[in-house]
Write a protein that binds this ligand. Structure first.
Ligand SMILES: [Zn+2]
Length: 285
């Protein structure tokens, strides 16, 4: 999705305005989507971008022109990754102290310079025109939350489901089994629309969720196949499987492959040994 350009700010519904984080790149596509939510004199900010120059002006402008001069209210965050939470210190410095709320990830939150208020699974947030329910959806990150917008039967999916490309399941904090479980649980929701953390909005949520699940299960089958054929290292698996992926994304692909292997290991379907040089080798259990 690198190279995709979208407007810096757009109204997506009567109660949803997207403001881009101005941080395009190989892993962020056209940049992080941050959202101003509500219809009244105060708007919730969902995610804060990466703290890129120019974002605060864009946010000010969106409040003034797309939100009728509304004030900035509370800040909600989908997860601790720097392209979602990194802009929070600048937002507070500019707009004044306010609550920044997310599910805790203590090892990571320790390094964040703003105070964090804790969100629990199922917690509700309201402002004029908007009722949001937090849904804990670990897998991409342990603190990952989606937010369900009742008025539109819409889901803000952060990095769990993207508007373009596929999400990385990182070694630090990622878990493929939990990720698949989170996707499957979201299928139980009545959804009309997905507002992702990156890229355009998605109009057929159930189809997209099933596509994401199928894609991961297909990768899992591919990994099991090449391991059964005698491919033992993650690097070789990436070379064999990710033939249509640019090489600069291979390290990220390697993290996802390793997350798959971790899941297969827990399920006793793959096993790992270390050779004399300390290199990992995988085999089918
Ligand atoms: Zn992330």
């Amino acid at each position: 999705m690198q190279g995709m350009t979208l407007p810096d700010s757009e109204r997506w519904s009567p109660r949803v305005v997207v403001v881009r984080g101005l941080n395009p790149g190989p892993f962020t596509g056209p940049g992080t989507n941050t959202y101003l939510l509500g219809t009244g004199s105060e708007r919730i900010l969902l995610d804060t971008g990466a703290g890129v120059d120019g974002y605060l002006d864009l946010l000010e402008d969106a409040l003034a022109t797309s939100c009728g001069g509304a004030r900035l209210g509370d800040v909600l965050v989908t997860h601790t990754h720097p392209d979602h939470l990194g802009g929070a210190p600048a937002v507070l410095e500019h707009f004044g102290e306010r609550r920044v709320q997310k599910m805790p990830w203590p090892e990571r939150d320790r390094h964040v310079s703003v105070g964090i208020a804790e969100i629990g699974d199922g917690e509700m947030f309201e402002t004029d025109g908007v009722r949001l329910r937090a849904i804990h959806t670990p897998g991409h990150a342990p603190d990952h939350l989606c937010f369900y917008l009742e008025e539109e039967r819409a889901l803000f999916t952060g990095d769990l489901v993207l508007g373009a490309g596929t999400t990385v399941i990182p070694l630090d904090g990622g878990d493929m089994a939990l990720y698949l479980d989170s996707l499957r649980r979201l299928l139980d929701l009545e959804l009309d629309r997905i507002y992702p953390g990156h890229g355009p909005y998605i109009l057929k949520p159930a189809e997209k969720l099933r596509e994401y699940i199928d894609h991961r299960l297909e990768r899992e089958r591919q990994i099991l196949t090449v391991v059964a054929e005698g491919v033992t290292t993650v690097e070789q698996m990436v070379e064999r499987i990710y033939t249509d992926t640019p090489r600069y994304l291979y390290p990220a692909a390697g993290q996802s492959v390793r997350s798959h292997l971790g899941k297969l290991q827990k399920e006793h379907r793959a096993s790992r040994t270390l050779d004399a040089g300390g290199e990992e080798h995988w085999s089918v259990a």
